[in-house]
Ligand binder design. Structure first.
Ligand code: GLV
Length: 333
């Protein structure tokens, strides 16, 4: 286990396996992670652990990487498959918690909640003002959802309660019946960015989505529009976003994820019209606990020779490389 996770996950694994936990404050270095992976049957990783081809090629014992996250861009899944190693994630359990947070960010940036808090704390509130901290209306506004997966759909459900017009863009179009249920209209990215009052990103990070939000794209948005990112930082080109915010090309941004976490592009720190949160969209007690137990369940299933409920590369289970790992070293669960 590369970091301490909620105790329920540690306990579940500990009943059937010898668990080694990095209980330090820092993530493991690439070398330590590789070293630990060589002597483990399974590694429970967090999204801050880079699992690359080098690590996956080293040693014969490792049989699975269980990410305690729904996103898995930190893991080279094709390299894992080639090496005969299963990869699992934790989908579904964080959908509502993350959509709640994305909607909270939308409301907070629209109505300048965090800016208002800073203003009040700084002792600047010296009298009610009819022009003070005017924001944008949410009710009736147009929301553009980039990526209509589970969390994108959760966002659409919340937006419906605010009578928003809902547009979405994705590689895959939802069936007409689902579009009707969500009251969402499928549009291309150009239209979505051009007409939305709020753009919320819910796409995985892939080569296609890296820097999807660029200077060019930002300049097609309304100057009154805001962008919300609870997906992955590199979907936005951060320096270009900072420039767009500084020059008033768009009105605001609320970011829970960053291009080079935990670093935040320094220009963003100086801007009033941006909300910055430390990758906490799924951070409720219940959800983080369930993510931990789900990763443990995936791990125990795999080591018991069963198909893990959330395997990302199921084809690996049939591969000779995968079987060889069990033949060589057995499993401890
Ligand atoms: C969080 O970002 C996750 O992918 O679970």
């Amino acid at each position: 286990m590369t970091r301490v996770i909620p105790q329920a996950g540690i306990d579940l694994l500990g009943r059937q396996a010898e668990v080694v936990v990095n209980d330090g404050d820092e993530p493991l270095s690439a070398e330590r992670l590789q070293e630990e992976a060589r002597r483990s049957d399974a590694v429970l990783t967090l999204l801050t652990d880079g699992v690359d081809a080098d690590l996956l090629r080293s040693g014969d014992r490792l049989k699975c990487i269980c990410n305690v996250a729904v996103g898995f861009d930190n893991i080279d899944v094709p390299a894992a498959t080639a090496a005969g190693i299963a990869v699992t994630n934790t989908p579904g359990v964080l959908t509502d918690t993350t959509a709640d947070f994305a909607f909270a960010l939308l409301m907070a940036i629209a109505r300048r909640v965090v800016e208002g808090d800073r203003y009040a704390r700084a002792g600047r509130y010296t009298g009610w003002g009819i022009q003070l901290l005017l924001g944008a209306d949410i009710t009736g506004a147009t929301l553009g959802i980039v990526g209509m997966g589970r969390i994108g759909q959760g966002m659409a459900k919340r937006a419906a309660g605010f009578d928003m017009t809902i547009l979405y863009s994705d590689e895959v179009r939802q069936p007409p019946e689902r579009e009707r249920e969500l009251n969402a209209r499928y549009v291309d990215l150009d239209e979505l960015f051009a007409v939305s009052d709020f753009v919320s990103l819910h796409t995985p990070l892939t080569p296609e989505t890296r820097h999807l939000v660029s200077w060019e794209r930002l300049n097609t948005m309304k100057p009154t529009a805001c962008i919300i990112n609870t997906s992955r930082g590199p979907v936005i080109n951060e320096p270009e976003l900072a420039r767009a915010l500084r020059e008033g090309r768009i009105a605001g941004a609320a970011l829970d994820v960053f291009e080079n976490e935990p670093a935040i592009y320094s220009d963003l720190l100086d801007l009033e019209n941006v909300i910055l949160t430390p990758h906490i969209a799924s951070a409720s007690v219940a959800t983080r606990t369930r993510m931990a137990t789900m990763a443990a369940e995936n791990c125990l299933a795999l080591l018991a020779g069963e198909r893990p409920p959330n395997i990302l590369n199921p084809e690996v289970l049939e591969s000779p490389q995968f079987r060889r790992r069990f033949e060589l070293t057995g499993a401890s669960a």
